[in-house]
Design a protein around this ligand. Structure first.
Ligand code: SAH
Length: 218
């Protein structure tokens, strides 16, 4: 029920996000608004606001709320940004970004997930989101440069096209490491080059593509 979903959502914001150090008011209020339960199957609705990732089909997952909050806060969005997301998945993270930036471009390699997310985001009224089916490790050249880039799948390396498509002063957040565990990294582009800092250990599904993992070992 709507009241229950909202109560669970506000509890999630307090107990999983604010209590663990997420400070950006805009991130907290965006995650208090986006109806996460709509991004999971009806059968998982009771667990939508739980402290974990959940399956979304096609062997993919919607990330844990805390991870979504941490990645989003790290991008330091003020409202005017053009943001690129790699790995639309359920579209939940896309919606959070759409609440906080001017334009969101999101790339998903699995046709079914992209179609579902596009439909859901439109029905929730998001007008500033464009989704395409593509290998996101090549970025979205026609729409570059971006103020912020968020990669929501684990990569063996920082894909060069993404660094190239980041504006000077821009931030990218990306899990980098092995197929099964990674370190969440913040990449900042300055006039002098690239600065990389490590944020935390994490577990994401693999980023599969030309500058990611091979398809064969998917
Ligand atoms: N942000 C999503 C998380 C989805 S999991 C959410 O909130 O639901 C990561 C997604 O990345 C999966 O849907 C997977 O299909 C996608 N993906 C993996 N490699 C990709 C690539 N090279 N380009 C685009 N999407 C990719």
């Amino acid at each position: 029920m709507m009241i229950d979903d909202e109560r669970a959502r506000l509890k999630m914001v307090d107990e999983q996000l604010a209590a663990r150090g997420i400070k950006d008011r805009r991130v907290l209020s965006a995650m208090g608004r986006v109806p996460r339960h709509r991004f999971v199957e009806e059968a998982l609705r009771d667990r939508a606001y739980g402290d974990h990732a959940l399956p979304i089909g096609e062997q993919q997952t919607i990330s844990q709320p805390y991870m979504v909050a941490l990645m989003t806060e790290t991008l330091a969005l003020k409202g005017s940004e053009r943001v690129l997301e790699i790995g639309t998945g359920s579209g939940y993270q896309t919606a959070v970004l759409a609440e906080l930036a001017a334009q969101v471009y999101s790339i998903e390699r699995i046709v079914n997930l992209a179609a579902k997310a596009r439909h859901l985001l439109a029905s929730l009224g998001y007008r500033n989101v464009t989704i395409k089916v593509f290998d996101g490790t090549y970025g979205w050249k026609q729409e570059a440069p971006f103020d912020a880039i968020l990669v929501t799948a684990g990569s063996p390396e920082i894909p060069m096209p993404l660094t190239e498509q980041l504006r000077e002063g821009g931030r990218m957040v990306i899990p980098v490491g092995e197929r099964t565990t990674q370190v969440l990294k913040k990449v900042t582009k300055t006039y002098a080059g690239i600065e990389v800092t490590a944020l935390t250990g994490c577990v994401f599904v693999p980023l599969i593509g030309g500058h990611g993992w091979g398809d064969a070992d998917a």
